[in-house]
Design a protein around this ligand. Structure first.
Ligand code: ADP
Length: 432
């Protein structure tokens, strides 16, 4: 219950962060697009204001109404030049004296002056900077204010205004479009965030469950031998005068459980290190066949002592780069299992051969075999096909997990299949 609430909380957190990320990205995107559109739309008006200013400062005597000489009309000079000669009629010119009064009312036209300009004040904050303004809270203009001198040398301020209502309408509509689209995308991103956060949580939940299962199994496996050792020692303490010889069985059992405990803790440590990717391989060049021969030598003797037949078929004849200690550990796990799960007169064999890019090591036995339906579980930690039997043989279900990790660490694989209807074959493939 607690676990579910924790996962839910984490998922909501992921969802929230995803949502924030989507919103921030969309907002930045919107701001950039609107800014760009604004800049593009106003650039034409700004260009015209600047060329008008240039015309006024270069030919101060010429006004807005100055005609273009006829001879120039025939030759049609470049557009920029023509614009300078014949400025845009949309531009309104206001001239202010130092006291902030408009001095060219007659040029503007009295009705225009009365309706729009009359109450206007001279604002020198944005001198020489093209700025936006609205007249009567209704009409949008861009203007450029600059200082000049009149014919008597008196300082006057010239304000060039250009109406930008059309541009502003496009920008307003565009802003609306962007806002509406952003809202729609943010709503859509809520569901996208939900799906993404669920996907993100899946591997976390999976490894959390695996970890919890691992800890539970490990504690269980540790507790059993500890309980046995404790019981046996307590039993010995009840009869302190007894001879060791008479209590031999109890002592031997305690000792074997201690060995089991020691093997279990070292396996657990190997897997814990494997999980934290702490263990690094020390690779060296190994001649596969002679290495296998060396590892198998003691097993040939053990098999003989147990009336089992051990055969070797070594045909690899190549060397590989591998960690000798880890590869030895992998083979020992497979050979130990082969011995554990076979009876008298069974046979155990190791075969090596090379494929195109791989070296193959096969460990086969004619023992009890593994049921087809259980094969997919045998590399899982603590999995044992027959728990009661494994306890007898000392198995804890960690060996094959370690073998799989070693194979993977060498960029190889380990697979299992039935050995000709009796027993098992493990196939390890390692890169050449
Ligand atoms: P264990 O220490 O129990 O042998 P492993 O991880 O090595 O743990 O093996 C997991 C299980 O796979 C074993 O409990 C056993 O059921 C099965 N198994 C492994 N090797 C063999 C084999 N050669 N023959 C039959 N069963 C095997």
């Amino acid at each position: 219950m607690f676990k579910k609430a924790l996962f839910r909380k984490q998922q909501l957190k992921f969802m929230f962060f995803n949502l924030i990320a989507f919103t921030v990205i969309l907002t930045i995107f919107g701001i950039i697009i609107i800014g760009q559109v604004q800049r593009t739309l106003f650039s034409k008006s700004d260009e015209e204001l600047l060329s008008f200013k240039e015309m006024m400062t270069e030919h101060p005597s010429r006004g807005f109404e100055s005609p273009l000489p006829d001879d120039k009309m025939d030759r049609l000079p470049p557009r920029e030049e023509r614009q300078r000669e014949h400025p845009n009629p949309r531009i309104i010119v206001l001239k202010w004296n130092k006291n902030g009064e408009i001095i060219n009312q007659n040029e503007i036209g009295s009705s225009f002056y009365e309706s729009f300009i009359k109450g206007a004040q001279l604002d020198k904050t944005n001198l020489n900077i093209i700025t936006n303004t609205t007249i009567n809270n209704l009409y949008h203009f861009r203007y450029l204010l600059f200082e000049t001198a009149d014919s008597e040398g008196e300082i006057i301020y010239t304000q060039l205004l250009i109406n930008t209502d059309a541009e502003q309408t496009i920008i307003d509509n565009f802003e609306w479009l962007i806002i509406v689209c952003s809202i729609i995308f943010i709503i859509l991103s809520i569901s996208a965030s939900y799906i993404l956060s669920r996907k993100m949580m899946k591997p976390i939940i999976h490894s959390w469950n695996k970890q919890a299962e691992f800890v539970e199994n490990a504690s269980h496996e540790l507790r059993t031998p500890l309980t046995i050792i404790q019981n046996k020692l307590e039993l010995l303490l009840t009869e302190p005068h007894e001879k060791i010889m008479n209590k031999f069985e109890n002592i031997a059992l305690s000792l074997s459980e201690t060995r089991r405990l020691s093997k279990l803790t070292s396996d657990l440590l190997t897997l814990a290190r494997a999980d934290s990717a702490e263990t690094q391989l020390t690779k060296q060049i190994l001649d596969v066949d002679s290495f296998i021969q060396k590892v198998c030598a003691p097993y040939i003797e053990i098999a003989e002592s147990q009336d089992k037949h051990f055969w070797l078929n070594l045909n690899c004849k190549v060397s590989i780069e591998a960690d000798e200690v880890r590869l030895h550990q992998l083979l020992v796990i497979l050979l130990d299992n082969a011995l554990k799960y076979t009876s008298d007169d069974d046979s155990i064999g190791v075969k090596t051969y090379a494929e195109e890019h791989k070296v193959v090591l096969e460990v086969s036995d004619t023992g009890i075999g593994i049921k087809e339906e259980n094969m997919k579980y045998i590399f899982d930690r603590f999995y044992r096909e027959d728990k009661a039997r494994s306890r007898e043989t000392g198995g804890m279900g960690l060996g094959l997990s370690i073998a799989q990790w070693i194979a993977a660490k060498h960029n190889g694989t380990i697979t299992v299949f039935q050995n000709n209807h009796k027993g098992t074959t493990f196939k390890v493939k390692l890169p050449k």
